[in-house]
Structure formats: C-alpha cells, structure tokens
Write a protein that binds this ligand. Structure first.
Ligand SMILES: N[C@H](CCC[C@H](N)C(=O)O)C(=O)O
Length: 277
C-alpha cells in the first residue's frame, strides 16, 4: 500500500489515496501504522476518497483507531495532496467530512500548495450537540471536577468535541496526567479533545492539547478553532487570533456576522512510502 506522510504544524498523519488503494479495516490499520516504533509513526491515518457530495471525502482515524469527525490540520494536508499530486487543478476545493462539507482555498507557489485557508463552519455550543452532559443552552466558563480537581471549561464542537480550559503556565503543566481525566470523563459520552490555553494578549494565545484518541499532539486545528471561539466568548481576545501551538502557529478568525470560523495554516509533505503488511 502506497502512502504519503504529511504534517500540518507538526500534527502528522499517514495519508492514503483511496482512488488507488482499497483499505479493508482502516481502524486496525490506523493503530498499526501510527505506532512510532513498530509502524510508520503518526498521530493517525487519513484516507482521501471519492465523494458524491463534494470534490473529495476525508476519513480520519486517530492513533487508537477511533474515527474523528473532523481534522483541521489533516484537511489542509488533504487539500495540498489532491492539488500537488494532480487529483485536481482547482485552487478552491470542497471536502466531505463527518463534520460536514468544508471549503478550502489554496495558495500555490511554484506549482505546490503552500498555505491553505479553511472555512471550518459554525462553532456548535449546544451541549447535546457537542456532546457534553450539562444544564442550560451552552457550557461557557462552567465548572467540572476532573482527576479530583476543579476546572472551568468552555465546550465547543467544530464537528468534533472540545473542552477549552484557561490555564496560566501551560509550558510546565503535566498534561499527560490531566488530559486523560478529561478525555475519559463521564460528562463526555463520545470522549473529548481538551485544550489548555494561555492568553498572551488580545490577539495572541498559546495552547497545548490532549487529543481524543491520540494523546498530546504538537497541534490540533479544530482545537485551535475551539480555543479562539472560547477566547472570544469569554472576552479574552479580538475576533482574529494568532494561536501558537507546540508545532507552529495558526491564524483563526471567527466572522461573527456569518458565524463562520476560518483557519489558515501550512501543510507539508514529509515523504512517500510503501506499507507492507
Ligand atoms: N483527535 C481528534 C481528531 C483530530 C483533530 C486534530 N488533529 C485536528 O487537527 O483538528 C478527534 O478525535 O476529534
């Protein structure tokens, strides 16, 4: 099976062109191929497939084999792949995901896509749609007890579930201890991606993320969008935010009139390879 290893600000996945390859059990393959010692090593597996609703379909699997509804860093790499590898010559493409159809604009230099802007759609705040067990019509700066400690969280879905926690001193936090207590918390029926964010100024934040199904990653695109929305909802930043992650920066804008979130960032090919099972 041919694959391409790609990364979006350090959030790395194995990409398979399913116009050419047939994957019998993607969940099992994701677990094997993601292993950083016995496999290729990645945060998960992403399949690039035909679609009858959009130009392409993205099917995303975390390193534990679980399916993610949407992947922000991944969808930028999908857009780069389909352009650079000649599946399309369009610089505006649509990609079907479990989180809805997403629309992307490519910036091309020397025949290669170097920057991708994604219309990530509208943030979802209704608890039952995130989902998170909670009273009321949203979860903004709400209390949760996790791992025996109390936190304040803001919950948002970008097609996939996120819990955003404001936290000073994220560089020294023991995310590997706190993250799982949120990921497996009984208030999140489908588990949750958890972001810890430090506000630097009204235009700039920095974050770390414990991803559902993959643990701490260097970056999370949907998480960066959830963080920006949470910062704006809590009056911490302006509507356009530079989100600084371990692997690099993303620019996130929440257009409140259109109620759409736009994310702009890079996408890069690491290498092409062959997987022999
Ligand atoms: N772990 C996520 C999927 C990947 C999201 C992240 N890598 C991104 O760039 O959005 C989930 O299970 O919802």
């Amino acid at each position: 099976m041919k694959f391409t290893k790609m990364q979006g600000i350090g959030n790395d996945y194995v990409y398979v062109n399913c116009f050419q390859e047939k994957i019998e059990n993607p969940s099992e393959l994701a677990k094997k191929i993601s292993d950083r010692h016995f496999g290729v090593g990645s945060d998960g597996l992403i399949l690039i497939c035909p679609s009858d609703k959009a130009d392409f379909e993205m099917k995303m699997y975390n390193a534990d084999g679980s399916r993610g509804e949407m992947c922000g860093n991944g969808i930028r790499c999908v857009a780069k792949y389909v352009y650079d590898y000649g599946l399309t010559d369009k610089k505006q493409i649509s990609v079907e995901t479990l989180g809805g159809i997403k629309y992307l604009d490519l910036t091309v230099e020397n025949g290669k896509a170097v920057l991708v802007k994604v219309d990530m759609g509208s943030p979802i705040l209704e608890p039952e749609l995130i989902p998170v067990k909670a009273e009321g019509e949203n979860v903004i700066d709400a209390s949760i007890i996790a791992g025996g400690a109390e936190y304040k969280m803001t919950c948002i879905s970008m097609g996939n579930p996120h819990a955003v926690i404001f936290w000073d001193g994220i560089d020294s936090m023991e995310i590997e201890k706190i993250g799982p207590s949120f990921e497996e918390h009984e208030r999140f029926p489908n588990r949750v991606n958890t972001e810890f964010v430090e506000v630097l100024d009204e235009k700039t934040v920095k974050m770390r993320v414990w991803e559902r199904g993959s643990g701490e990653t260097l970056a999370c695109g949907t998480g960066a969008c959830a963080v920006a929305v949470a910062c704006i909802l809590n009056g911490r930043t302006e509507d356009t935010v530079c989100v600084k992650l371990l692997g690099g920066d993303l620019l996130v804008q929440w257009d409140r009139e259109k109620n759409k979130v736009y994310m702009t960032g890079p996408a890069e090919v690491v290498f092409d390879g062959e997987w022999k099972e």
